[in-house]
Design a protein around this ligand. Structure first.
Ligand code: FRU
Length: 496
């Protein structure tokens, strides 16, 4: 076994530690989300509960708040809520990963924590010519990793596949390891399937999913899971064209639900569905925890985003952990994990009222808040109603979360949110709960995650308001609506 070039890790670690002091207490720094100690973060990687503790790795550039040669950052937690930074787990340095340790996953192989990742080798930066190969690294203590001497364990794409060949997600089924990989063939996105007895020797078993053009030109970060007796492929396609309110971001994240036959390796599935309809959700990854829950975390940004926090020496964050459930109608629901309730402080309840004009809720205030508001749709005369959050004193700055009664759509409007690119995203509601609409908001200093009707619709967004914009308002347009109840809490800061 070859020890990871520990000097690469130590050097990177020192740079991040130095930068960390500068990013603390800057205005957009989040209070209860996973971020790198400083500098750049993108996809969540290697999600696993190992020896009872939750580990999250992430794509990390330790030398600057912009992308660059990617390392794997690392945090762990006992409760999925309070995270502790650990040393960088993987640094590029070998011939096969010299330009970056790209996204991948983690498994427990008889007690050995094993990371499976993509080695990225840039051949020509100007023409963007590169190679991508699959590699493994192991650890006995869950902190220090050793790259395998037989790396790369998959050296090239199958015949016809391009070098867009990345993001291995590995799982075990009846004593065999399986891997899904994102790939491109003939200009279209594909998910490839591999099998192995030992994680080192891999055999190609064919194409699991092929884009027919509608699924774009590349499927990044595939993740294949069993849920409720069905099989679900999560993935992040590039190149899907916008269609009405759908597929508005540069790239998408979504899923296919179907049946998979391990004998024939055939996956028959329905149509692609977006998993989150906000501005900032990408490269989601899942894992099953010891309680049998399927938990997902996404990157809470998008490659096209402005990321104003870069001027404060950091960029990017991961979403709060969400429990994934498959509803009987074939839709995936995402709900905040229950452990997040342990962040709650200072409960405020607003009793039933008819809202017919803007109502500033004086007691509900802050930049780290959870709000659950239930509105009745019976006898509503309003055309639109909802909440304005992160409102400035004069009300000019705000982020709107509203429900359009006629269109049956929930809308997140960031056009007056402060810095950043603004814009509107909409999501249709099919009303799992008939006459009541429940809006659950997780607000952090530069983010807003919205869960509608127990996870039927989720919209994840970065916002960059003035730190002094802390107000919350109820509002309606064109009539009145009944607020059944509103509960709010301030949320603790896990990083202080
Ligand atoms: C997704 C992605 C992955 C790749 C990684 C590189 O955001 O492009 O496909 O492995 O980021 O950081």
């Amino acid at each position: 076994m070859k020890a990871i070039n520990s000097s690469c890790i130590l050097k990177a670690q020192q740079v991040v530690e130095e930068a960390r002091k500068k990013v603390e207490h800057t205005p957009y720094r989040l209070g209860y989300h996973i971020m790198a100690p400083a500098h750049w973060i993108n996809d969540p990687n290697g999600l696993i509960q190992w020896n009872g503790e939750y580990h999250v790795f992430y794509q990390h550039h330790p030398y600057s708040p912009k992308g660059g040669p990617i390392h794997w950052g690392h945090v762990k937690s006992k409760d999925l809520v309070r995270w502790e930074h650990l040393p960088i787990a993987l640094a590029p340095g070998e011939e096969y990963d010299k330009s970056g340790c790209f996204s991948g996953s983690a498994v427990d192989n008889n007690g050995t924590l094993t990371l499976i990742y993509t080695g990225h080798i840039s051949l020509n930066e100007e023409t963007d010519e590169f190679r991508e190969v699959q590699c493994i690294a192991t650890s006995e203590d869950g902190i220090h990793f050793t790259k395998h001497p037989q790396n790369p364990v998959i050296t090239e794409p199958p015949a016809g596949g391009s070098w867009h060949f990345r993001d291995p997600k590995v799982w075990k089924h009846s004593e065999t390891w399986y891997m899904v990989l994102g790939n491109q063939m003939d200009g279209l996105g594909n998910v490839l399937l591999y099998e192995s007895a030992d994680l080192v020797n891999w055999e190609y078993s064919g194409i699991l999913v092929k884009s027919d053009g509608k699924l774009g030109y590349m499927l990044e970060c595939p993740d294949f899971i069993e849920l409720n007796g069905k099989h679900v492929l999560l993935s992040s396609p590039q190149g899907i064209q916008p269609e009405g309110d759908l597929y508005q971001n540069l790239y998408q994240t979504g899923y296919l639900v179907g049946e998979f036959d391990y004998e024939t390796k055939q996956f028959t599935h329905g149509e692609f569905e977006e998993l989150d309809k906000g501005f900032d959700f990408y490269a989601v990854q899942s894992f099953e925890d010891e309680k049998g829950r399927r938990i997902v975390i996404g990157w809470m940004n998008m490659w096209e985003s402005q990321m104003p926090e870069q001027e404060h020496g950091w960029a990017g964050a991961l979403t709060i952990p969400r429990e994934l459930q498959l509803h009987d109608d074939g839709k995936l629901l995402m709900k905040p994990v229950v452990e997040l309730k342990s962040l709650r402080e200072n409960n405020i309840s607003v009793q039933t009222m008819i809202v017919s004009e803007n109502v500033r809720l004086d007691e509900v205030k802050g930049d780290q808040l959870e709000i659950i508001a239930k509105f009745s749709l019976a006898n509503t005369s309003a055309e639109k109603f909802g909440l304005k959050v992160r409102c400035s004193e004069n009300g000019k700055e705000h982020t709107i979360v509203s429900y359009d009664v006629k269109e049956q759509k929930v809308i997140v409007d960031r056009s007056q949110s402060g810095r950043g690119e603004g814009g509107i995203r909409k999501g249709k509601i099919e009303m799992l709960h008939h006459d009541v609409i429940t809006l659950q908001l997780f607000i952090d200093r530069s983010s807003l995650e919205l869960f509608v009707n127990e996870g039927e619709l989720v919209m994840t967004n970065r916002i960059y308001p003035d730190p002094a914009s802390l107000g919350v308002e109820l509002f309606t347009e064109g009539g009145s609506v009944k607020l059944i109840e509103l509960e709010a809490w301030t949320l603790k800061d896990i990083w202080v």
